[in-house]
Design a protein around this ligand. Structure first.
Ligand code: SF4
Length: 443
């Protein structure tokens, strides 16, 4: 499956802004586990906390409780551009004309290397490799009010991103003009909250208000909430948010992620029925799709694989012996569930095919009689250039093999991918990005 990218969280007008941000980032941890950071505005004085690792490792409750301030922005990172190093941890905090500015973004900017080079040719020095710093450098060169300057910069750059910018007494939240990345707004009493996904509101007991529109800039200050808009562009929302990235308890692009995945499974069962004894998901990302398949087909759902959730990077990275365990470190078979059974294995996608093959082998060794693979998305044939870490096209198994060849490679009895129509129907509506399936890139 493609790798996750970043998550952002912001709050304006709450006396425990730091604590709320820590909780919000904790809920968004699935979107990035490499590093975490937050910046709190305490009446114009900005305090920053950052570190490599998980939210629970980077911020201690005691430390965060000690930070005063009523507004904050935070970030969890999975690097899609730039190295995974402490300098690149967001939010980026700078001072311009003696005013602190903090910025955090999720996604990627189109042609950022070229833009960066132009700046460097002009003698500008960058201290990080992030697109956030590039946006800041562009911002400081503009004239006008803050929203006008932001609008000028963001109309100039194209890309797939959501953005939070914190100034003393003002917070801006932005969704890119095509709406690739999600960004939602909520309220906790009088405080205004922003997050990549609505699941961050539940932990805070905050109320979901709405999703930002594509190209919308929301400004929050003591005067209230105002909206500005970037130049209009055609909507292009990343369908993988619904297939894989977002948590099933979130609402994304106006859809319940849970319901969309249930529909994907149902449609898959209608498009590719098969006689079998059990339906089993590849946990956890295909759990709901497998449930949909089971309900529609009437075949019982069983859990044939168990996923270990407690593998930290530090446990795997330094030990060759542990790395050699491969998928076994993450997944183990439940033999009693699969032994002697005809199994329908449901997964969200196939990227390189190597993990799928190992999992099929594992279930076979556990005693399954035959395996039918069902995938709740079309074949990924092309790389993503919009901030998702898919490998080079050459490494995508579906870019060079037909479904029948992939079936042979995986050594399964049958293999079926959900059709694009089936996926669209499951996610209700149009205006989605399908570039990694079609190779047609809007940017
Ligand atoms: S190419 Fe695929 S992963 Fe990338 S934004 Fe589009 S749908 Fe999402």
């Amino acid at each position: 499956m493609p790798k996750e990218y970043c998550g952002i969280f912001g709050v304006f007008g709450h006396k425990s802004a730091g604590r709320l941000s820590r909780l919000g980032l904790f809920s968004l941890q699935h979107r990035g586990q490499e590093s975490a950071g937050l910046v709190v505005d305490d009446r114009g004085e900005f305090h920053s906390r950052k570190g490599m690792g998980l939210v629970s490792e980077v911020f201690s409750a005691k430390d965060i409780e000690g930070i005063k301030g009523t507004s904050a922005i935070g970030h969890v990172r999975y690097s899609t551009s730039g190295e995974s190093t402490p300098e690149n941890i967001q939010p980026i905090l700078v001072r311009h004309r003696d005013i602190p500015i903090a910025i955090a973004h999720n996604g990627t900017i189109h042609r950022s290397r070229e833009l960066r080079k132009k700046f460097e040719d002009d003698g500008v020095i960058f201290t990080t490799e992030t697109d956030s710093e590039l946006i800041l450098k562009m911002y400081t060169r503009q004239k006008g009010s803050r929203p006008e300057r932001l609008r000028k910069v963001l109309n100039r750059i194209k890309g797939a991103f959501s953005l939070l910018v914190l100034f003393p007494g003002e917070l801006y939240a932005v969704r890119d003009a095509m709406g690739f990345r999600p960004l939602v707004m909520g309220r906790k009493s009088r405080a205004v909250i922003f997050a990549s996904e609505s699941c961050a509101f539940d932990i805070e007991d905050a109320r979901f208000e709405r999703e930002l529109k594509p190209g919308e800039i929301v400004k929050v200050s003591r005067k209230g909430v105002e909206s500005f808009f970037l130049e209009k562009a055609e909507k292009c929302r990343c369908i993988f948010e619904l297939i894989y990235f977002s948590r099933p308890d979130s609402f994304v692009f106006g859809q319940s992620v849970y319901e969309s995945r249930l529909n994907m499974g149902r449609n898959l069962a209608m498009e590719a029925p098969v006689e079998a004894d059990i339906v089993m998901p590849i946990p956890d990302s295909a759990n709901i799709q497998a449930l949909g398949y089971a309900r529609q087909s009437g075949i019982p759902l069983e859990f044939g694989l168990l996923r270990n959730h407690y593998i930290g990077r530090t446990f795997i990275a330094p030990h060759q012996e542990i790395r050699d365990l491969g998928v076994r470190i993450k997944h183990t078979p439940i033999r009693t569930a699969v032994r002697g059974k005809r199994v329908v294995m449901v997964d969200d996608s196939i990227v390189r095919g190597t993990t799928s093959k190992k999992l099929v082998d594992m279930i076979k060794k556990a005693g399954a009689k035959e395996i039918h693979m069902r995938i709740s998305s079309p074949p990924i044939k092309f790389s993503c250039y919009y901030g998702i870490d898919t490998p080079d096209k050459k490494k995508l198994i579906a870019s060079k093999k037909s479904a029948e060849d992939i079936r042979k490679f995986l050594k399964v009895k049958s293999l079926y991918y959900l059709s694009r129509q089936g996926l669209e129907k499951a996610c209700r509506g149009d205006g989605y990005c399908f570039s990694c399936f079609s190779g047609k890139y809007p940017l």
